[in-house]
Each structure stands twice: as structure tokens, then as C-alpha cells.
Design a protein around this ligand. Sequence first.
Ligand code: FAD
Length: 464
Amino acid sequence: MAKVSPTKTPMREQLPGERIRNYDEVPFGYSPEEAVLEAKRCLMCKNPKCIAGCPVEIDIPGFIQFIADKKFKEGINLIKEKNILPAICGRVCPQEEQCELECILGVKNEPVAIGRLERFLADWEADQGDIDLPPRPKSTGRKIAIVGAGPAGITVAADLVRMGHAVDMFEALHQPGGVLVYGIPEFRLPKTIVFREINYLEKLGVRLFKDYVIGKIKSIDELLKDFDAVFLGTGAGLPWFLNVPGENLNGIYSANEYLTRANLMKAYLFPIYKTPIIKGKRVATVGGGNVAMDCARTALRLGADKSIIIYRRSQNEMPARNEEIHHAEEEGVIFKLLSNPAAFHGGANNWVKEVECIRMKLGEPDESGRRRPVPIPDANFRMPIDVAVIAIGNSPNPLIPSTTPDIETGKGGNIITDPETGMTSKPGVFAGGDVATGAATVILAMGAGKIAARGIHQYVMDKK
Ligand code: FAD
């Protein structure tokens, strides 16, 4: 057997100095030759652990073998048996904590670049033009309403329509896609890719109703009069704040508002799009997850001279994907670690002027398993800023539970579901994704969608 390269086949990308002046996607993806080269690094283990590391259990060695054999169509078809969003998952899944973490090659060397190979096949298929539609199944005569067109809702809709159910999808915003469209920036996930997937869903027969807020325009009980079951995939869109003095000053955004203005409302294309956004010169983003990295990198592209991440633990504990941290560092984002805002101070007309931080040290691990940040007394310091973005987490919006009191919620307002079926405490109403787990990941939302689709199918077929 030929000697396997110890490192992943590199993926070409825009240089940092260039890319912070545009909104285009950073990595270019693999060419067919690069993909085949990388696929040949796979050891084709007899007992592949990578499959169990994937929340939707894609046959990873199977599609990699197809790439090695240059059978790209067979490869993408195999992935799509389990995952209808491969172009998205190949770009944003935390592979280093999932499939790639389990790769045997990774014990001594770099694991196989599974995410890059998944992305390659999805992009290859898109380049071929029209995508094959599966044959239309026989109608079951059952109707299902999906609330929310994020990854969870999209997965449920795709699975149910392919089982022969009629599926209507209600989305509050004017664009479907959930966080994929309003949160994750264009330079990480081009929106044409998301719309391509939604388009496929509509071709399968799913009807999409946009600008349609369930809980306002129609209640869940009203939906249940017209549909046999309802799925709630409404995400976790309610931002958390620090609750420190001065947080209501002008120039301080929640990450949700900042990214929604920049991405969904295209403020980066102002004045072609008429969305205003404050383009600070010194922007501080508070948090250490993917959301914080997206805000800090967006600030650079909007013209900030200094984009600073303030995070209360060290880099080891940061929840963001390694690739996002690496890209942010390359682009010049400054990491102010072991620091936590204690207050914001204002200047003229109540615009934010400074952030005051407490210095922290790491103590014993907390319930998350990460070492707890502990304040160091009398070590506060101040930094001049003109914009701050708070990216410390989100919880589900309470609109639906508050208008449907028989849906039980738990910690942080998450909707409680049966882990086997996805059913909530209200018969016929199912839920999954961030609304049930709190803010998590695309692939976990899709995994929950798959469970709920099976639960819904069983429920509506058993219904008299
Ligand atoms: P969402 O994507 O939030 O979709 C919910 C949808 O429901 C939205 O479109 C919303 O408008 C709609 N909705 C809400 N209420 C109603 C209502 N009452 N009526 C009708 N519609 C409603 N995950 C990763 O795996 N990798 C990443 O790199 C990554 N980066 C991220 C970056 C950012 C900035 C953010 C915010 C999140 C990121 N995540 C990432 C997390 C990931 O995007 C989410 O876990 C995932 O999108 C959850 O999917 P969902 O379908 O549950 O919810």
C-alpha cells in the first residue's frame, strides 16, 4: 500500500489580507484531483468509527471510496440517503468533534478531511446542473405543518414529503433557512447554497409560506384543525445579555441583531441595500463560540481597524470550531482572553466609549466540564471601543409556548420532547433542533429532525 500523507490535502483559500475586504467565501473547496488524493488517505477500516461519530450516520467510508474511484454521482447519492444538506454540513459541521475525531488516521496523523470531501461532492453535483428528483411517492392523504424553515424544519419536511405526506412550511422571516441565512455570514456559507437546498425541497412538493409568524397569525391549536400533526423547529433566537451597567448604551448590539442586519438584510452592501449598521473602528465582541467569531470577522469586513474578542476563559475552552478561530486569528482579530466585561461606559449622546473588564483566572471544571473562570480582585482594566456585540448565547423564543400553555418547557424555555419520537407534551405536536436543546449545531438539529419525522409518520399513520 502506498504511504499515506500524514496531513490533510490542503484546501486553497483567499488570502487573509484580501478576504477581509470582501464578503466572498473564504475556502475555494477541493478540485476533483485534490478530492481523489484526499480520499485515498482513508484507511477503509473494517469497523469504521467515523460513522458513529456522525449524528445522522452517513456511510462515510462508502462515499469516500466512491470519490477514490472517481464515482462522484454515486458518492453524493449515498450521502443524500442520510443528509439532504451536504453542501451546508460540509462547510459548517464541527467535524473535529464528530466524525473526524473518531478517524483512526487521526490517532497519529491528521484525520481524513471528511467535511471537505462531503462539501466537494455536494458542490460537484451542483455544477452538473439539474439535480435528479426522486420519484413522487403515493400520497398518504396526511397533512403536516412545519413551523420554522431552519435545518430542523427542512430535514423534517424533506423526510415527510418523501414518505408521501403533504407538507406546508411556515417561516416567520422573508427568507427560509433559519440561522443558515440570518446568522452565518456569506463568507462562511454562501446563501445561494442554502436557497438551492430550499429550492430542491419545493421541487419535492413542500409548500413554503414566508412572513408567517405562528403564534401571531395562527395559533398551534388552529393549525391542528387543518393538519394531522405539527412540527416546531423554531430555533433559539432569543439573545442573552450580560446584564452589566451601561449595556443599553448606543452602539451595543446583540449578535442576532448585528448579524441579521449584516447578512439577511445585507447591510454590507449599503447603500444598494438600505439597511443601516454602525461601522465601528474599534469593535468588541463578547463570547467565544462560532457566533462570536462570525461577529468579529464581520466587523473587519465592515471596516473595523480593530476587532477584539473578549472571552472569559482561555482559548482551550472556546466552543467555536477550530477552523473559525484559525481564520479569525489569520484575519487579525485580537483575542482578549480571561477577561469579562463588568460595565460599558458612555460618552457624548450616550454612545459607548469604553468597555471595563474584569481579569479572570481558571479554577476547577464546572458542570460543562470546562475550567470555571474566576475573577481576580482589583485587576479591572478599560479599553476604548465604539461598537460592542454581545454573543454569549441564545434561548428559544417564548412566543409559541406562551400561546400554547399545554406545551411543556424546561430549563431555559427549551421545549420538552420525547427522545424516541420528538413528540411534545401536546398530542400531535412535535419539536426538535435548537428549540428543544437550546443553541446547538446544524447537524444535531438535523438529527433531531430525522427522529421527529419518524415519530410524526408513525403518529399520523396510526391516527384514525
Ligand atoms: P434555526 O436555524 O434557528 O431556524 C429556526 C427558524 O424558525 C428560523 O428561520 C425562524 O425565523 C423560524 N421561526 C421562529 N419562530 C417562528 C414562528 N413563531 N413562526 C414561524 N417561524 C418561526 N452550527 C454549526 O453546526 N456550525 C456552525 O458553524 C455554526 N455557526 C453558527 C453561527 C451563528 C451566527 C449562529 C447563530 C449559529 C451557528 N450554528 C452553527 C448553530 C446552528 O446554526 C443552529 O444550531 C441551527 O441552525 C439550529 O437549527 P434549527 O432549525 O433548530 O433553528
